[in-house]
Design a protein around this ligand. Structure first.
Ligand SMILES: [Zn+2]
Length: 496
């Protein structure tokens, strides 16, 4: 009888909750898209294509070992920019910083206002030796087949850099002058993870010394993705990176007696190491639903179908459920917790020798709010075998703060995307960047660092970044130039 009553109560409560969520979803209407009628922007469509091709042909490859870098290619790239963009080089000052980084400055009409920054990195990752022939068109050809421009850097991020340059050159041709100072900061070694001498760090050091504090900074990191989940949402999601995760590699070593395998004990160093790995993988970091997740679900939810709204707009009631589901899927788990990725192992140097030292290297991506030191504490806590050495190989902390969705840069991205891409709803949403960008260093001299490239790219194409057949669709380039023209017009104003 008691059970029957309990069942009735639970069923009644569930019914009431469902009814409440349905009512809420019904009133949680999609936002009236604030489409502003922005004037057409002139774009030289052929010029941007040709200049991206030329930019790709210059092999600005960065490498861990600086002696292996062909610095002449960076000089060539600087010369190419100078020849290609005469007005920029007439109206902006250009400084060479660190080994091959650049700072451009365009003086605004009101130098008392805080300036804005547009970042791009000039370097690209190398082509993996032996894979050159797998490319449909050679990786440094910049070949334009009318649909795509092929080559290393086509998507990361010479497309972005060239669109910024084209935008400014064209604005200058049209006689535009910004109110705020506009800086272009082009690092030369963004692709080197935890580099010892990042160009971006040196740029920031110099700017800081001069008392430059940016109103906003925009860099790579987010993109415009077509998301079509039948029955839930069909929209362009403009993901704007408002912060980025950290990075660290830890090497964990187990020492043992070693000896001959003919007299091997039941467990040797490698066996003990296997338990270390099991403990690391079996004890993931706690998941945290940071506030940007609320914003993300709310924004997508508002623009989804009734069913989508039922789920997403009531997300706060179902937070534990969302958290549980998200931690099961690697693509969403990385947004809510520090990720552990065990990647390299070593034992003894020969098949008949027992290891004296067995090591495992694990890569961790700390979420905002957790530090490299927290990772070491976690390792020491979860690994039950305590006789281990834990060594930090290299690391970079996560962002210390999130940019605000109220900042001019975020609002401008939202307005421009909604006005430019009108064939489906645009949902602009904050998110956390999983990798690293040069903009990380700018958090020291700017509160509003946003990461976004205005290119509509299919997920399959995004996956080619850093890989074979990296390429950029030619039809996204004019959008890129128009986007940056509009962005500079809006964000460089005093009042936005
Ligand atoms: Zn990049």
């Amino acid at each position: 009888m008691a059970l029957k009553n309990a069942g009735k109560i639970i069923a009644g409560a569930a019914g009431a909750l469902t009814a409440a969520t349905a009512v809420k979803a019904a009133f949680f209407k999609p936002e009236k898209s604030e489409i502003v009628d922005l004037p057409e922007e002139k774009v030289d469509v052929l010029r941007v294509q040709n200049n991206l091709t030329k930019a790709i042909q210059i092999k600005t490859v960065s490498r861990d070992d600086v002696d292996q870098i062909d610095w002449n290619e960076f000089t060539k790239f600087h010369d190419f920019l100078e020849e290609t963009y005469p007005l920029i080089h007439k109206n902006m000052t250009r400084e060479h910083v660190a080994r091959a980084s650049l700072i451009y400055k365009w003086e605004g009409t009101n130098p008392s206002l805080a300036p804005i920054g547009l970042l791009s990195h000039q370097d690209v990752v190398p082509v993996t030796p032996g894979t050159e022939n797998d490319w449909e068109h050679p990786p440094f050809s910049g070949f334009n087949d009318g649909e795509f421009i092929w080559g290393r850097g086509a998507a990361d991020m010479k497309n972005h850099l060239i669109c910024v340059m084209e935008a400014i050159e064209t604005l200058m041709e049209e006689g535009f002058r910004p109110e705020r100072d506009v800086y272009l900061c082009f690092g030369h070694n963004e692709e080197i993870v935890c580099s010892e001498d990042p160009g971006a760090d040196e740029i920031v050091r110099i700017l800081k010394e001069r008392g430059v504090y940016f109103d906003s900074v925009i860099d790579e990191g987010g993109a415009l993705l077509t998301v079509d989940v039948p029955g839930i949402v069909n929209a362009y999601i403009a993901g704007v990176g408002m912060a980025e995760k950290g990075y660290c590699d830890y090497k964990i070593t187990v020492t043992d007696k070693g000896g001959h395998t003919s007299q091997a004990p039941k467990h040797n160093g490698l066996g003990k190491l296997a338990n270390v790995i099991k403990d690391l993988e079996g004890h993931q970091f706690d998941a945290k639903m940071l506030p940007f997740i609320d914003g993300m679900f709310e924004n997508i939810g508002k623009n989804s179908t009734f069913l989508g709204r039922m789920l997403l707009c009531n997300y706060k009631h179902f937070k534990p459920l969302f958290k549980a589901v998200m931690t099961q899927i690697p693509a969403s788990a990385c947004m809510i917790r520090t990720v552990t990725g065990v990647s390299m192992c070593s034992g003894s140097p020969a098949p008949n020798v027992l290891p004296q030292r067995a090591t495992v290297t694990a890569n961790f991506r700390p979420i905002v709010g957790e530090t490299i030191a927290d990772v070491e504490k976690h390792i020491r806590k979860v690994v039950r075998y305590k006789d281990i050495e834990v060594e930090l190989i290299k690391g970079k902390e996560a962002s210390s703060k999130f940019a605000s969705t109220e900042c001019a840069a975020f609002k401008a991205i939202d307005t421009i995307c909604k006005s430019m891409f009108t064939d489906r709803t645009v949902v602009t949403t904050p998110y956390l960047v999983m990798g690293g960008t040069d903009s990380y260093f700018y958090e020291d001299i700017c509160d509003n660092v946003v990461r976004f490239s205005p290119f509509k790219l299919a997920v399959e194409l995004l996956r080619k970044t850093h890989g074979t057949n990296e390429r950029c669709p030619v039809d996204v380039l004019p959008d890129g130039v128009a986007f940056f023209k509009r962005y500079i017009r809006i964000v460089s104003k005093e009042e936005r």
